[in-house]
Design a binder for this molecule. Structure first.
Ligand SMILES: Nc1ncnc2c1ncn2[C@@H]1O[C@H](COP(=O)(O)OP(=O)(O)O)[C@@H](O)[C@H]1O
Ligand SMILES: [Mg+2]
Length: 500
């Protein structure tokens, strides 16, 4: 019979390796703010040193419900027990690690002071001490020590709350050749951009909004969807039901936005968006866990990040009860999309892309002969009522082909199509047509050719759009090239019936 033996991790080694989990400065600060929000705070103050000669300590102060001595002692533990209980629906925590691992990824000394029922408690993790003692020893501070902590007077002005202090910035010291003060000063700017984005929904909540300050600067929410802008296209919200690990049904909410055309954006809109540079990089899904943005600017491999779709953004809201399914990592910097909802999301992606592509390409008005037919070439009414022609990029044919391509292939493909359009041999065609010597290349077996194409399209599109073969055959038959050969409908239907 095997024997159970304790095998306790080596404190210095484990704490050391946990420091290299890969937090950025901004994401580490955000993880600490998550705790403040979960503690129902109204304000978070990021306190940066303003005197290069004073001690280099940064503070994150909140006015949330604070912790008693016992609660704080427990909270300082790596993998603290509070996470064993069922998490509240609005909790932003996850592994019982954030406060420690995020803080100590940036500095060597973490002190947390909390005011609860008028009493102060404080504990310190000092990596220098752990290295020496090689034990998980946390320091409990005396009231006298608490009184001399930086920024503690700010906590004293409040009825309750928690102050997280970072000092001994060894990582920044190393990367900046000792210029820690100046680097912290620089980091404020990127922190402002980052936090204004990821907490924008908390910052603009109607009844329980959270204000975040960097020293005296109050951050303004930056809304990646410009929801208030009259020219933002907003599709109705959809819900996708998914079972959590206990088999209980939970809802994911999905909403598609397409930003207005750049020329419709005022300076203020551009600021709200955090700048219009790299819009292309910022297209895609925006995944929120309990209103906190976790991951953005990715199509999760579903679509190439093309220039044409740069204004499409899809908001996805997931409750924290679905963490397992989304595989949220400790840093909350990554999430992967579960296979089983990929298909359901695909249609949303196409809706978004279709609007975005239309907006980018159809600056003129489409002048179809028949609105029920999907044309290859679109006739567009442009400036001065002149016409121009372009390849239909919102059609199913184009989308099917684009979907098969990598990001890079697609950008070459678009480049090619654009040049085909720009180099339309209009003069020569006109001359040939007036001389009545123009032909469309005849194929020997056009019916056979389209039958083949039809089969390819129906099987690809039904996967892509999650629709039945029957429905897709209808779509395919409405395409220009198929619509002139109605007998194909029966042949295609028969083919797909026999397939099953
Ligand atoms: N600012 C705070 N106010 C109140 N409680 C806090 C605060 N920060 C941390 N805590 C408590 O400490 C616990 C541990 O935090 P953390 O290490 O970030 O792990 P997690 O957030 O995953 O639980 C939290 O669950 C919470 O109970
Ligand atoms: Mg946390």
């Amino acid at each position: 019979m095997s024997k159970e033996k304790d095998n306790i991790p080596q404190a210095d080694k484990l704490m050391g390796s946990m420091r290299h989990m890969g937090y950025s400065f901004e994401s580490a600060v955000a993880d600490v703010i998550d705790n403040s929000i979960s503690a129902a705070c109204k304000n978070v103050y990021l306190l940066f040193p303003t005197d290069r000669l004073a001690s280099l300590t940064m503070g994150i102060l909140d006015d949330g419900y604070g912790m008693s001595n016992d609660a704080l002692y427990a909270a300082m533990r790596y993998g603290c027990t509070s996470s064993e209980d069922e998490r509240a629906d609005d909790d932003l925590g996850r592994f019982g690690l954030g406060m420690k691992s995020a803080s100590l990824s940036q500095c060597r000394v973490l002190t947390v002071v909390s005011k609860f029922n008028g009493k102060y408690s404080a504990y310190t993790w000092d990596y220098n001490i752990i290295l020496k003692r090689k034990k998980w020893v946390v320091l409990e501070l005396t009231q006298l020590e608490i009184d001399t902590l930086p920024y503690v007077e700010r906590l004293k002005e409040q009825d309750r709350g928690t102050l997280v202090l970072w000092s001994d910035f060894d990582v920044l010291h190393k990367s900046s050749d000792g210029q820690v003060y100046d680097t912290l000063l620089d980091l404020r700017k990127s922190l402002e951009t980052y936090l204004s984005l990821i907490f924008h929904r908390y910052m603009s909540m109607k009844n329980k909004s959270v204000s975040i300050y960097i020293n005296n600067l109050k951050l303004k929410p930056s809304d990646p969807f410009l929801e208030e802008h009259p020219k933002t296209t907003i599709k109705p919200e959809r819900s996708i039901a998914l079972k959590d690990s206990n088999g209980q049904e939970r809802l994911i909410r999905v909403k598609t936005f397409v930003l207005p055309f750049i020329s419709d954006l005022s300076d203020k809109d551009q600021r709200l968006l955090g700048g219009i540079e790299n819009l292309r990089q910022k297209q895609g899904f925006y995944v929120y866990r309990n209103h906190r943005l976790i991951i953005w600017g990715t199509w999760f491999g579903m679509k190439p990040r093309a220039e044409l779709t740069k204004n499409a953004r899809i908001r996805v809201d997931i409750p924290n009860s679905l963490d397992d399914i989304w595989e949220i990592d400790v840093k909350k910097q990554n999430a992967s999309i579960p296979k089983r909802i990929q298909n359901q999301l695909r249609q949303t992606v196409f809706d978004a892309l279709e609007i975005s592509v239309r907006q980018q390409t159809h600056r003129g008005r489409r002048e179809s002969v028949n609105d029920n037919i999907e044309y290859i070439w679109e006739r567009m009414r442009g400036r001065n009522d002149h016409f121009y022609y372009q390849i239909n990029r919102s059609g199913n044919f184009y989308q099917m082909i684009r979907n098969k391509m990598t990001d890079e292939d697609a950008s070459y493909f678009d480049m090619f199509i654009k040049e085909v359009e720009r180099n339309f041999p209009i003069q020569q065609m006109y001359v040939d047509k007036s001389n009545e010597c123009i032909d469309i290349v005849e194929s020997e077996d056009r019916l056979g050719e389209l039958y083949e194409l039809g089969i390819t399209m129906v099987s690809n599109l039904s996967k892509l759009l999650c629709k039945s073969h029957k429905e897709i055959i209808q779509i395919v038959m409405s395409m220009e090239q198929f619509s002139v050969l109605p007998e194909l409908e029966k042949k295609l239907t028969k083919y797909f019936e026999n397939e099953h």
